[in-house]
Design a protein around this ligand. Sequence first.
Ligand SMILES: Nc1nc2c(ncn2[C@@H]2O[C@H](COP(=O)(O)OP(=O)(O)OP(=O)(O)O)[C@@H](O)[C@H]2O)c(=O)[nH]1
Ligand SMILES: [Mg+2]
Length: 285
Amino acid sequence: METQAKKERESQAKIRQAQEFMAQRAKGGGKDAPWSKGGDDSTQSNPKKKARKFQQISLTCRQFSIDDIQDVTFEGSHLDDVPFLGLPEVAVFGRSNVGKSSLLNCLAGINKKVAVVSKTPGRTQQINLFKVHDSNGPVSVLVDLPGYGYAKLPKALQSDIGAQVRRYLSDRPTLRLAVLLMDARREPQKSDLNMMKYFRAANVPLLVLATKVDKLKHEDMEENLGRLHQYFKLPVGMPVAFSSVTGVNKRAIWNAIRDACVGEYLDLSEEAANERAKTEEGGGV
Ligand SMILES: Nc1nc2c(ncn2[C@@H]2O[C@H](COP(=O)(O)OP(=O)(O)OP(=O)(O)O)[C@@H](O)[C@H]2O)c(=O)[nH]1
Ligand SMILES: [Mg+2]
C-alpha cells in the first residue's frame, strides 16, 4: 500500500514537472526537459539540430511471421522525448478507458500482462514502449499512449495529455500504423475525429477498432459499427470489432501490424528530415 502511494506521489510530481516545463516552453523558454535522460531537447526550437537528430535514426524492418512471435517486453515510460528504438512502430490511440492497454495485453498473450489496465480512466499517463520479438530478435515496437477526453481530469492536464499525444505523432518518422480504438457501445466522438485529422496530416496509415464488443448485444453490433463507419467515413471493413475479453479478431490485428511494419521503406534521408523540420517550424503541432 505504502509503495503504491509512493509511486502515485512520484507519478503526480512528474506530471507537475511536465506541466511546468510545457508552460515554460509555451512562453518561449527552451531549456532541456528536466526528465530527459541527457537528451537534447533544444532540438524543439532548433530545426537544424532536429534534422541532425533524424539522420541518426536507422530503422531495421524485416519480415516476420505472426506464428513466430515469442515475446513482448516493456521498454520504458516517457512523458516526452520518446526514444527511437530503431524499429518500425505501431501506436495505440483512443479516449481514456477505451481499452488501449487491454489490447496490448491481449496481443502480448493470454497470461502475460505487460501494460497497466484500470477501471479508473486516466490510468496510463506516460508513453509506454513495448518491443515485439520473434525467434531472431526484435521486430517492432508497440506504443501505449495516454487516453484523451477524460472529462473528470483537470482541464490543464487534459490539454497536456492531448498535446503530449500530438507531439509524439508530429515527430515520429518511424510510426508505421496508428491503431485508433473506439468503444463499440458509444456514439461517435468528436475527439476521435480530431485525432484522425492528425493522422491524415502526418500521413500515418490507420486501423480503427471498435472495442468491448463482448458487452454489445449481438443485434446491436451491425448498427453500432455501421454508425462509426459512416460518421468517420472509414474504408470498407472498418471498424474491426474487437474484445480483449474474447480476443475476437486478434489474429487479424496482428496481421495488420505485421503488414504495416514490413511494408514500404520509410524515407529517412536528410532531405526528408529537413522537409519535416521545415513543416514543423511553419506551425506544426
Ligand atoms: N468487457 C470488456 N472490458 C474491457 C475491454 N477492454 C478493456 N476493458 C476494461 O476497460 C477498463 C479500461 O481498460 P484499459 O485497457 O485500462 O483502458 P485504456 O484505454 O488503456 O485507459 P487509459 O490508460 O485510462 O487511457 C478496464 O476495466 C478493462 O478491464 C473489453 O474488450 N471488454
Ligand atoms: Mg491505458
